[in-house]
Design a protein around this ligand. Structure first.
Ligand SMILES: [Mg+2]
Length: 173
């Protein structure tokens, strides 16, 4: 199950084992990435709250100075995703239907950058990473975040998805 480049569909381009709050923005800049499409639930914030953890907010403000940002969530609640996006003043998609490509194609067209210059950041291999890889974005797998910005210990879903991806021939850590 490999993409056009020979990379496995379930293999993120970058898998640093960190939450989004601790990703080096210099890494994105060095790669020439102009935009980032960001998952919301468990990537930017835990639980049902809509208040961003401070370390995540700081990262997003800094990231927004360097790249165009777009929140891209499978969550059907427009109220919830809009509440997060409005805190940052960025555009968003809810009910995105990842890993299907339709909504992401529209976002890529709106961002007006080549897919290879757009990062896709999320905590799920079978939605975020798979969807981004299918369209040739630079995919980043992050650890699910907890309220203080550090990795959540409740990451059974990600560990299960890593196991299944390995079984399917990908080699995420
Ligand atoms: Mg998520």
């Amino acid at each position: 199950m490999a993409g056009l480049t020979g990379q496995h569909w379930l293999q993120p381009d970058w898998d640093p084992g960190l939450t989004i709050a601790h990703l080096s923005l210099a890494h994105f800049t060095a790669l020439g990435l102009k935009a980032a499409v960001l998952d919301v639930d468990r990537t930017l914030l835990p639980g049902r709250d809509v208040t961003l953890p401070d370390p995540v907010r700081v990262w997003l403000v800094d990231a927004g100075r360097r790249m165009k940002l777009h929140l891209f969530s499978n969550n059907p609640s427009k109220t919830r995703i809009a509440a997060v996006a409005d805190q940052l003043g960025v555009s968003f998609t809810c009910g995105a239907g990842k890993p299907r490509r339709g909504a992401l194609r529209r976002v890529v067209a709106d961002l007006d950058c080549p897919p290879a210059e757009i990062a896709m950041v999320g905590d799920r291999l079978f939605t975020d990473v798979l969807c981004g890889n299918r369209l040739g974005l630079y995919t980043v797998l992050v650890r699910p975040v907890q309220a203080d910005g550090r990795p959540s210990r409740h990451d059974r879903v990600q560990r299960l998805e890593r196991s299944v991806a390995r079984w399917m021939g990908a080699s995420p850590a």
